[in-house]
Structures are given as C-alpha cells and as structure tokens.
Design a protein around this ligand. Structure first.
Ligand SMILES: Nc1ncnc2c1ncn2[C@@H]1O[C@H](COP(=O)(O)OP(=O)(O)OP(=O)(O)O)[C@@H](O)[C@H]1O
Ligand SMILES: [Mg+2]
Length: 312
C-alpha cells in the first residue's frame, strides 16, 4: 500500500477515523484487505474506487453495520467495541446507499420522526434543514422529491443530531451536474463547520477536487491515501515533442518508447531528468525541437499508473 496521508507525517493533525489492518472476508473471498485509513478531522475525505472495490463494505464496518473479519476501528480516539459502540455511533451521521426517508411522508414528517426518535430539539432539526436548503420543500411528499432533494433530505436526517463525523456513501450517485455541484458545495460547507466528512464515489473525478484528502481503493486494498497534489506528483506524465522532423525524432527516441503523433512525438511517462536527457539526445542527433509539452493528466491516467496499467 502507498500511504502518504498528511496525518501520517504530521502527528499534530488528529484523525477522526483510524483503522488498523481492517479486513472483511465473505466465505473465502477477501473483500477488504489490510486497510489503514487515516481520516483527518474537519476535512472532506474522498473515498474513491470503482464498482465492487469495497467502499460500501468499508463504510458499513466503520458504522458497525458489518462486522470486520480482522482489524480495528478507532473513532475520535476511541476504539470501536461492544462497550463503546453506542456512544461512538451517537456522534456519527450517515447516509448509506438509498436515502433513508419514507416516501409516503413529507420531508417535514420525516424530520419529525427522527427528531422524536433521537430526542432532538426543534432548533437542531431546523438548522439541519436550512443547511441542506430544503426549507421550501418540506411540505411535499418525499416520493415526489427529485433525487437530489432526496439525497439532501438524507443528509439533513443525518445532520440533525449534530454529528462530528458524517459518512456518506455515494451521495452524488445519479445526480445531474447541477446537483453534483450543489452536493460538492454542501460537503465543503460542512467541513468548514468542523465536521469530518467521509464521502465515497465510484466516479473518480466527481469529488476529487472537493476533497482535501483522497483514499483510493482498488480490489479491496488502499492504493493511495493523501492529497490530490501528492497523488499527481507520484505519476509521470507523457511528454509531447513538436518538431519539423517527427519521423527522425521517433527513431532517435525509440529507447524511450516514443511514438509519432502527426507533427509531434509522444514519449510516455518521462520525469523531468529523463526529459532533459531526451531533448539533449534529439538536439545532438540534429532534430529541430520546436516545443516540449507536458500532457495534463486526468485522475483516470494516474489511476492506471497506480495499478500498473491494468486498471481495476
Ligand atoms: N453480504 C455480502 N456477501 C457477499 N459478498 C458481498 C456482500 N456485500 C458485498 N459483497 C461483495 O463485496 C464486493 C465489494 O462490494 P461493495 O459494495 O463494498 O463495493 P463498492 O465499492 O461499494 O461498489 P459500488 O461502487 O458498486 O457501490 C463486491 O464484489 C460485492 O459483491
Ligand atoms: Mg457501494
């Protein structure tokens, strides 16, 4: 596992969620393996990975909805176990899979149910509804809500108890671009209020700029944990050489696996030092180099690098 969590380098950052060697096996099939999560307090933590990589299973283990086969979960410095579970879970709001509201009731009635169930006061419920901006829709039946409104109601239900930690499983799933943007804004706002927000997505690019820390899961393993900058600094982008003699340049740069692309030559995965050697080699070989460009990488490209080009 590659873990570069800023929390791991800097002991002064406290982690809201820590797992040690967390694992889950169904039958003899390992689903989640050796997970050492570090989720710093008060940040948005993007938990990314393709379908079936184990995101929901991990989040359910954090919430004691699924029993781990191995390892430990620590929340706000306390180990999750039978004696601490109730009080720890009281400080976590969650939205796992489908939004939890009753469709035949209005938003308001759903909020009232949770208020009674948890013994909350009116102010707590009102603040939660205001935070997700659902005030005008509270009298509508939830089954008539748009998906985005249902997700926001789900978050309001989770927020009403004023948790320190929110665990949200794919809250952007199925939302249109405007709904996704609204959700991103909400997540950032919640983290600014000091809430630790752990949020998953199977779409790599969906929340990666919203999250200060990313945890990337592939096949049940944590492939990376750290900031977006750290993630991108680990991968080496392609270099494009512009030249009037692309054919000769491609031949001269064959040992760097260069391929011709129109009037340019693409050289895959070269770091800065290798780029300098490459350009010098071309110039010495008499190739007129007009330009050297680094290709901007997408998160998907970095992902492929992480998995050695196999994908996930
Ligand atoms: N109760 C279960 N029994 C057996 N296998 C399970 C169970 N729950 C999940 N799995 C398997 O574990 C793997 C990981 O599932 P999980 O739902 O955690 O993935 P995910 O990353 O959340 O995927 P998605 O992006 O589709 O939500 C899948 O192959 C799934 O079939
Ligand atoms: Mg899932």
């Amino acid at each position: 596992m590659n873990s570069f969590g800023r929390a791991q380098h800097n002991e002064s950052v406290s982690n809201a969620i820590i797992t040690h060697d967390l694992g889950k096996t169904y039958g003899d099939r390992p689903i989640v393996r050796n997970l050492d999560l570090r989720v710093p307090e008060g940040c948005v933590y993007g938990f990314l990975g393709p379908n079936g990589s184990g995101k929901s299973t991990t989040m359910k283990m954090l919430l004691s909805l699924v029993r781990p086969t191995s390892g430990e979960v620590h929340i706000m410095g306390r180990r999750m176990q039978r004696s601490t579970r109730r009080s720890i879970l009281g400080g976590i709001g969650s939205l796992i899979e489908a939004p939890p509201a009753y469709g035949h009731l209005t938003g308001h009635e759903n909020m009232r149910l949770v208020q009674r169930l948890l013994g909350l006061d009116q102010g707590q419920v009102q603040r939660a509804v205001r935070t997700v901006r659902l005030q005008e829709h509270l009298d509508k039946r939830v089954r008539d809500y748009s998906l985005g409104m249902k997700q926001r109601l789900g978050i309001a239900l989770a927020l009403a108890r004023e948790p320190r930690i929110l665990i949200l499983d794919e809250p952007t799933n199925g939302l249109d671009p405007a709904g996704i943007e609204e959700m991103r804004r909400l997540l950032r706002y919640l983290a600014e209020q000091g809430i630790t927000v752990m949020v998953s997505s199977h779409l790599l690019g969906e929340i990666d700029r919203t999250a200060q820390v990313l945890g990337i899961l592939g096949n049940g393993r944590l492939l990376f944990q750290g900031s977006r900058e750290q993630l991108f600094s680990r991968s080496t982008p392609d270099v494009l050489i512009d030249t009037a003699e692309p054919e000769r340049a491609t031949t001269l740069a064959a040992r760097w696996s260069a391929v011709r692309e129109g009037h340019s030559v693409r050289v895959p995965g070269v770091d800065q030092a290798a780029t300098a050697r490459l350009v010098s080699h071309l110039v010495q070989g008499g190739v007129p180099v007009h330009g050297v460009r680094r290709q901007e990488q997408s998160l998907e490209d970095v992902f492929m690098d992480l998995t050695g080009g196999r994908g996930l």
